[in-house]
Structure formats: structure tokens, C-alpha cells
Design a protein around this ligand. Structure first.
Ligand SMILES: Cc1cc2nc3c(=O)[nH]c(=O)nc-3n(C[C@H](O)[C@H](O)[C@H](O)COP(=O)(O)OP(=O)(O)OC[C@H]3O[C@@H](n4cnc5c(N)ncnc54)[C@H](O)[C@@H]3O)c2cc1C
Length: 220
């Protein structure tokens, strides 16, 4: 599949000569994003995908007549999509309508109980309180800690290239300070250690951390 064909009508890079050729392998979010960036910078891009359709883990596939979303349900950084559309002089919201999802997730446990992961801090704390009375205030400490990670890991560094060992060495003090050696699960367990919100929910590190602050690390 040649993305030049698909996007030629919208490309703002028509004036740039397409002498440089790039081959992008894989059409997940990552491959599509880099292909679009290269294309808008004037490269001649070929996108290779082993599946019959685009999207990778973010695609919809059909099995026995049932449609499955293979991966993402919650878009936490829509500005990343908006930027790709803007590169072609297009508006994201004129092509895609994002709908609010409430709750984001429901965690069903084998004993019949459940945890609804909702969109506001107050609602999440109410859910924690419902399952583990008296523990929800720890969630604020958790948010404070993850905000520091978000600031350094996403706001400051997300667009920095890490192509050399020295690039990584420069951020080593931050990684040590933010305890990047710890698994997400052990980090979250420091704040939410009850059965209801810790050991019982192996997915908690993901859905608690991702929406608020450190999605890229958790979903990678
Ligand atoms: C169950 C689930 C839920 C998720 N929920 C969310 C969410 O709510 N929000 C969110 O932001 N993220 C979520 N994610 C994560 C998100 O889906 C992924 O991070 C993202 O889709 C990964 O994109 P990618 O381009 O890195 O890789 P992929 O999507 O894996 O794309 C890789 C592509 O490369 C192709 N490929 C590999 N090797 C070759 C080859 N040799 N030749 C040709 N093609 C090849 C594959 O077929 C695939 O299409 C979720 C993931 C899963 C699995």
C-alpha cells in the first residue's frame, strides 16, 4: 500500500520533490504516524502491512461474524491525532468524532463485585471507597506522584530522540529519582494496597495510571 496514493489529495507537501523514499513496516498507530509525518515532510512513503487491513492493535477485526476492537478504547492524547491531520491541512474533528466513554472501564471480579473506572478523580475515589472504605485518600498521593512522572516522561521528554547511550545517561538521574526501576504494579501498590484495589486487580496499574498521567509507559 502506498500512502502517497491515499493522502495525495490532502498533502500539503506537493511542492516538495519526492526524491527520498522511506519504507515503513507496520501500520499500527506508530507506523501510520511516522508514515504521515514523513509524507508531509515530502518523502515518498511506502507502508508495508502483513495484515489485510490497517491499524495494527488498534484495528477492528471480524471473527465468526462478530466485530472486535483489537485494542484501544480510550484516546487519552487526542492532540497527537490532531497534529497529524493538521500536517495535511485537515481538521481532525471534521473526520473523526470522539465520544465520551463513561465509565472508561468496568473491572469485573470473579466474586461478582466490580470496579468502575470513571472520568473524574472524585468518582474514582468514590469507587475505591465503595470497595475499600477508608483508603481513597491515598489516591491523591498517587496522583501527585504520577504527575511528576508525566511531567518529566511525557511533557519534557516525549519528543526527545533517544538514539545514543548518552541520551539515556542524561536522564538517568531523573529515572533514579522517579524510581523507574520499579514495576508499575509495585509502584501503584505503594498507594493502593488493599485487596479491592491492589492485589485483586492486576490491571489497576494500567488503567489507573494511564488515563491520568503515564499512558505511554503503561500501554507500550
Ligand atoms: C487490549 C488492548 C487495549 C488497549 N487499550 C488502549 C487504550 O485504551 N488507549 C490507548 O491509547 N492504547 C491502548 N492500547 C495500546 C495501543 O493499542 C497500542 O499501543 C498501539 O496500537 C500500538 O501501535 P504500534 O504501531 O506500536 O504497534 P501495532 O499496533 O502492534 O502495529 C504493528 C503493525 O506492524 C505489523 N507488522 C509487524 N511485523 C510486520 C512485518 N514483518 N511486515 C509487515 N507488517 C508487520 C503488524 O501486523 C501490525 O499491524 C491497547 C492495546 C491492547 C492490546
Amino acid at each position: 500500500m502506498n500512502t502517497s496514493d491515499a493522502f495525495a489529495a490532502h498533502s500539503s507537501a506537493d511542492s516538495v520533490s519526492h526524491t527520498n523514499k522511506a519504507v515503513v513496516i507496520g501500520s499500527g498507530f506508530g507506523g501510520l504516524a511516522i508514515a504521515l509525518r514523513l509524507l508531509s515532510d515530502g518523502w515518498n512513503v511506502e507502508l508495508l502491512e502483513r495484515h489485510g487491513d490497517l491499524g495494527g492493535r488498534a484495528r477492528v477485526f471480524h471473527l465468526d461474524g462478530v466485530a472486535f476492537d483489537a485494542g484501544p478504547t480510550v484516546i487519552t492524547a487526542p492532540f497527537l491525532f490532531e497534529e497529524l491531520f493538521e500536517r495535511f491541512g485537515e481538521k481532525f474533528d471534521q473526520h473523526v468524532t470522539l465520544l465520551p466513554v463513561e465509565p472508561f472501564y468496568r473491572m469485573d471480579y470473579s466474586d461478582g463485585s466490580y470496579f468502575d473506572y470513571k472520568s473524574t478523580t472524585d468518582e474514582i475515589m468514590a469507587e475505591i471507597e465503595r470497595l475499600a472504605p477508608g483508603t481513597s485518600k491515598r489516591y491523591n498521593d498517587f496522583l501527585t506522584a504520577t504527575e511528576k512522572m508525566y511531567q518529566r516522561g511525557f511533557v519534557d521528554l516525549a519528543e526527545q530522540p533517544f538514539t545514543k547511550v548518552t541520551d539515556m545517561l542524561k536522564v538517568l538521574p531523573d529515572l533514579v529519582r522517579l524510581r523507574a526501576d520499579k514495576s508499575l504494579y509495585s509502584f501503584v501498590s505503594r498507594f493502593l494496597t488493599t485487596n479491592a484495589c491492589g492485589a485483586r486487580s492486576p490491571y489497576l496499574p494500567c488503567w489507573s495510571v494511564d488515563t491520568h498521567f503515564v499512558l505511554p509507559h503503561c500501554m507500550a
